[in-house]
Design a protein around this ligand. Sequence first.
Ligand code: GLP
Length: 241
Amino acid sequence: MRIIRAKDYEEMSRRAADIIAAQVLLKPDCVLGLATGSSPVGTYQELVRRNAAGDLDFSRVKSVNLDEYVGLDPSHDQSYAYFMRHNLFDHINIDPKNTNVPSGIAPDPEAECSRYDALIAAYGGIDLQLLGLGPNGHIGFNEPADVFPTGTHQVTLTDSTIQANKRFFARVEDVPRYARTMGIRDIMQARRVLMVVSGEGKAETVRAAFTGPVTPRVPASILQLHPDFTLVADEAALRYI
Ligand code: GLP
């Protein structure tokens, strides 16, 4: 794994955007795996800026997002589909038909998860997968478990994730209990993986994930085994590395 040490969130975002921009320039019809959360917001702003400046063209790019809450309609302002439109898709020249987020409202979870894996396969796999890091070491919504989950699947969110994400909802009872997420196999099969992490609050998780054993108790630790994994983090998050 490669570690890029940034001074702060802004530099982290610029460095991550550099890597994504290089991917798009190299392969204009690439498949980007995208993530939500506060960590990639600055990266998306940087991509929007470069697109507006005419330096980056998304017209042939396809995207697949990692995850979605179960029960939230894409128009709900806390759905990840909404997040992606609001933070990226509405502001760049990507074709909305080429953007994909798992459905949180498709009635049959298994059918939806298989559809999503089939879509990724039909796209020829993911060229570059962007990730954040959950406070408990989750990636996408792959929560700490006894085994690494494989393909896209429905998960029950842990209490710690519900607590971490309640800041976005009016009441903790409003945070969905379930989500649909790409699995660890989907993420590990991406040709390149890029993770953005910022802040002292994640420093202990970064230490556990990238200096500790590879274990499904810390799902991000599997990335130690990925052949092309880059961690872009600020100094605060890299405090113990
Ligand atoms: C959510 C998402 C993850 C994300 C994590 C961290 O639970 N499902 O993909 O990485 O939050 O979010 P943040 O970047 O806001 O700390």
